[in-house]
Design a protein around this ligand. Structure first.
Ligand code: SF4
Length: 392
């Protein structure tokens, strides 16, 4: 899951792999050299502080190149847990990602280390659970992140559902808030959603299930179950929460994908299940409407594995956040990866900059956010995560 930091200098790396993904950033030689100098200072600080730096795949390239590990939210937590067993010297984790990922890592690691974030960034998918609505074209990521920190629904929607369905079971996506996870029977990821749902329905026949928060991901799971004739999954028992991520819904629509396919008629498709085009892609692929073009709808990590082992395709259109296109290019340099649209960026992920990470670490944490989770909620959320791990 982790990406090794490149041996190449930033000035050789970013103009090649990142320029088209960040049209508003000019990765000039001067900027690359500045970023590389800051990276060097951050690595020194990490050594002095006995710290590990983790970053999500959607982070800026200079952040990915500074981190010890790059991965998805569950992968980072599990990797950190594995590493801490062999590295008793590690005292701090610095996470570059969005806030709910910090919560997840703290749930997995407990009190063993302090977890800090240079930015407590929000997430529209989590916001949709909490009823925090916004328009990404007019509202700033900072303002939305702030609202996510302070605004809480009077009654949490998952608590309400649980109270109304005493025999029901909640399944929450890894990309959800802590309260949802703590109220869940099991957590799932985009990689194992189908498997978790099948297991839970087999073990708890006839019970109502509440699956949240990503509507497209849940719809995809149910549609796949129908297409492939699952005898276990009963869609009529599954209530779908209508939550959506603004990047995957509004920025990656079926229309945007059609445009990309017209521009790259030979390219295969890598599509994240949260995308607005995912169900549409599945139906079109199954009914032969995509011709010889192969379609792989999968998690970020699976995309990397698939692209590596694919021996036919040389070109891929990537339908997910643009930061992952950089990761794919780095990990699979002999193939070509195009973003479905360069506009598919997550303002929350991009709000962490190298400069902020440096200042946060240098100023002895005064400019950073420490992740704290109450022990009661931590144990319950961990139970839901551990159940998922035991299933998959
Ligand atoms: S891409 Fe979507 S789900 Fe991921 S952090 Fe950004 S807003 Fe949240």
């Amino acid at each position: 899951m982790n990406m090794i930091r490149s041996e190449l200098k930033f000035r050789d790396l970013f103009p090649r792999y990142a320029t088209d993904l960040y049209p508003t950033v000019n990765y000039s030689e001067e900027l690359c050299d500045t970023l590389e100098r800051i990276r060097g200072e951050i690595r020194l600080l990490a050594r002095e502080r006995h710290a590990l730096i983790l970053a999500h795949y959607y982070e800026r390239p200079e952040i990915q190149e500074t981190a010890d590990f790059v991965g998805d939210s569950l992968g980072l937590g599990l990797k950190a847990r594995e590493l801490l067993e062999t590295r008793p010297d590690v005292k701090e984790i610095w996470l570059c990602a969005v806030r709910f990922m910090g919560d997840t890592i703290k749930v997995i690691l407990g009190d063993r280390v302090s977890v800090f974030m240079p930015e407590f960034a929000g997430c529209s998918l989590v916001g949709s659970i909490l009823g925090i609505d916004f328009d990404y074209r007019t509202d700033s990521a900072e303002e939305i992140s702030r609202r996510l920190l302070v605004e809480q629904p009077r009654i949490h929607p998952v608590r309400k559902w649980v109270d109304e369905h005493p025999d029901g079971l909640v399944l929450s996506y890894m990309n959800s808030d802590l309260e949802s996870k703590a109220l869940s029977y099991a957590v799932f990821t985009s990689r194992n959603a189908q498997k978790v749902l099948e297991y839970v329905m087999r073990e708890n026949p006839g019970k109502p299930i509440f699956m949240l928060p990503d509507q497209y991901l849940t719809e995809l799971v149910l549609r796949r179950a129908k297409i492939y004739g699952s005898t276990v999954i009963r869609p009529e028992l599954v209530e779908i929460f209508p939550g959506l991520c603004h990047v995957h819904k509004q920025k990656i629509s079926p229309f945007v994908l059609d445009e990309a396919m017209a521009n790259y008629p030979e390219a295969d498709l890598l599509v994240h299940p949260e995308c607005g085009c995912a169900v549409d892609c599945l139906i079109r692929a199954e009914t032969g409407q995509l011709g010889s073009r192969k379609t792989f709808i999968a998690s970020t990590q699976e995309m990397i594995d698939y692209a590596k082992r694919s021996d036919t395709a040389r070109q891929f259109i990537v339908a997910t956040e643009t930061g992952h296109v950089y990761t794919l290019r780095k990990n699979v340099p002999d193939k070509q990866f195009m973003p479905v649209t360069p506009a598919a960026t997550c303002e929350f992920m991009k709000s962490t900059t190298l400069d902020k990470l440096f200042k946060s670490m240098e100023e002895n944490n005064s400019a950073s956010y420490e992740v704290n989770v109450s022990e009661d909620i931590r144990k319950r959320a961990l139970g839901a995560i551990e159940r998922m791990l035991s299933i998959t």
